[in-house]
Ligand binder design. Structure first.
Ligand code: ATP
Ligand code: MG
Length: 285
């Protein structure tokens, strides 16, 4: 198998021994914040993200086709954290849905009163629930740069009205499905990022990872309270920890102490268990 991409968190291998060629998407235990990979791995993170993505791909397949082919013929070293996928031509837009206002979305709202050109009511605060979920796409920045908000019209200019509308509709449908389902486990999905691509027939297909703690913000519903920063089951916890350090958010990232690694791992495990309703069983034991 040939390594074709090494991202911050995942590796992509092309298996040319089958026809048509297949991708092996391998999730590592690496953790990245502010686009910087931290030197300390989080045990089981890759396996949890892989299992959760598979869970969601299955539960959104009636809304949109996805890249998953299966988890057969995975080399031992990648066991539990790799998926066989159809290679897609990825679209150059990060498709984000927001149901609540926080992070860069909140910053943009405070600066302009809108996010991605979607005007929002006055008076929203950290964690506010939006009147309805909104589509706030961003660019996919090259390595070393940060993603920037795009308006819907900019997506239209880039990809055409049909594709832009389809991406917006699908992103909001997948978000709504995820939010409704996660609510059963007491989890609010504040926002989530999806990546779509085109298959060989030109169809728009859901790729990458879906509704994981790396691509989404998950908050416990029972302690939700707008106006303050929420407890989070995702890597926001690590961002908060890093803000106490003298670190300028550029590489190299800081070593993460054991207790923070354990706390992150526990959060990822808890989110998996709450969403799927099944206990997490580590493939590494
Ligand atoms: P970058 O690609 O800029 O390094 P990243 O750090 O987010 O970004 P990872 O998430 O580590 O990258 O790697 C996953 C990569 O694989 C992403 O670039 C994603 O767009 C791409 N990808 C996901 N699914 C597919 C697919 N089915 N076909 C082709 N590429 C895919
Ligand atoms: Mg990624």
């Amino acid at each position: 198998m040939r390594l074709v991409h090494s991202g911050k968190v995942r590796e992509l291998y092309l298996d040319e021994s089958v026809d048509p060629a297949e991708l092996l998407l391998v999730a590592s235990d690496r953790l990245s914040i502010y686009d910087v990979v931290l030197p300390t791995p989080v045990p089981d993170k890759g396996a949890i993200l892989t299992a959760l993505s598979l869970y969601w791909f299955e539960r959104t397949a009636d809304l949109v086709g996805n890249h998953v082919l299966g988890t057969h013929d995975i080399p031992e070293e990648f066991a539990g954290r790799a998926v066989r996928c159809r290679p897609l031509e990825m679209l150059p837009v990060e498709c984000i849905a927001r149901g609540y206002l926080t992070g860069l979305g909140l910053k943009e709202y405070q600066r302009t009163g809108a996010v991605s050109g979607v005007t929002l009511p006055d008076g929203l605060v950290e964690g506010s629930k939006l009147p309805e979920p909104i589509f706030t796409p961003t660019t996919k920045a090259p390595v070393g740069e940060h993603d920037e908000f795009m308006t819907f019209d900019e997506v239209v200019a880039l990809l055409g009205a049909d594709t832009a509308t389809r991406l917006r509709d699908l992103t909001l449908e997948v978000y709504r499905r995820g939010a409704e389902s996660a609510a059963h486990g007491g989890i609010l999905v504040a926002d989530t990022k999806l990546e779509f691509g085109r298959d060989t027939d030109g169809e728009i297909v859901l790729g990458d990872e879906v509704l994981t703690p790396d691509s989404s913000r998950f908050w416990p519903a029972d302690s939700y309270e707008p106006g303050r920063v929420q407890y989070s089951f995702d890597k926001q916890y690590v961002r908060d920890w890093s803000s106490s350090l003298d670190w300028d958010r550029t590489a190299p990232g800081p070593e993460v102490p054991d207790e923070v690694v354990t706390a992150v791992r526990d959060r990822y495990t808890e989110v998996y268990e709450r969403i799927t309703g099944t206990p997490w069983v580590s493939p590494s034991v």
